[in-house]
Design a protein around this ligand. Structure first.
Ligand code: ZN
Length: 130
């Protein structure tokens, strides 16, 4: 099952929760550390590179993803903006900044360098912010 990552807005810890897609639609995630429900979904490397797993796949036809290349950040930015509009959710300032940067032609690698918090959870950086 897919793992969803959140940042707890109260205790600032990284929270990983596993839901099926159906469960995620119904879920009210809460923080296992402090019990807060003020969890903000994180946008990570996978979301940048491939769209957000099957949840976003379901919003797109396959050709949109097949044509997607990390070498064409503007197309990726347009696609991410389109996905966020179709989801009808506010995906947060971080997501908006990523989309803006992509639309300006920055590669995902450049964006991760400029926004190191995006790479958290992939390389053990979390040890430093708790
Ligand atoms: Zn918490």
């Amino acid at each position: 099952m897919p793992v969803y990552e959140f940042r707890c807005q109260d205790c600032r810890r990284l929270v990983r929760l596993t839901y099926s897609f159906d469960e995620y639609e119904q879920a009210t995630p809460d923080c296992p550390h402090c019990g807060s429900t003020a969890l903000k979904r994180r946008i990570g490397r996978v979301a940048l590179a491939r769209g957000e797993e099957a949840r976003m796949d379901s919003l797109l036809d396959d050709s949109a993803l097949d044509n997607l290349s990390e070498d064409d950040p503007r197309a990726l930015g347009r696609l991410m903006r389109q996905m966020s509009q179709e989801m009808g959710e506010d995906l947060g300032e971080e997501f908006g900044e990523v989309v803006d940067r992509l639309e300006r032609g920055q590669s995902p690698e450049e964006i991760e360098k400029a926004m190191p918090e995006l790479a958290e959870g992939d390389g053990g950086l979390d040890a430093f912010d708790e």
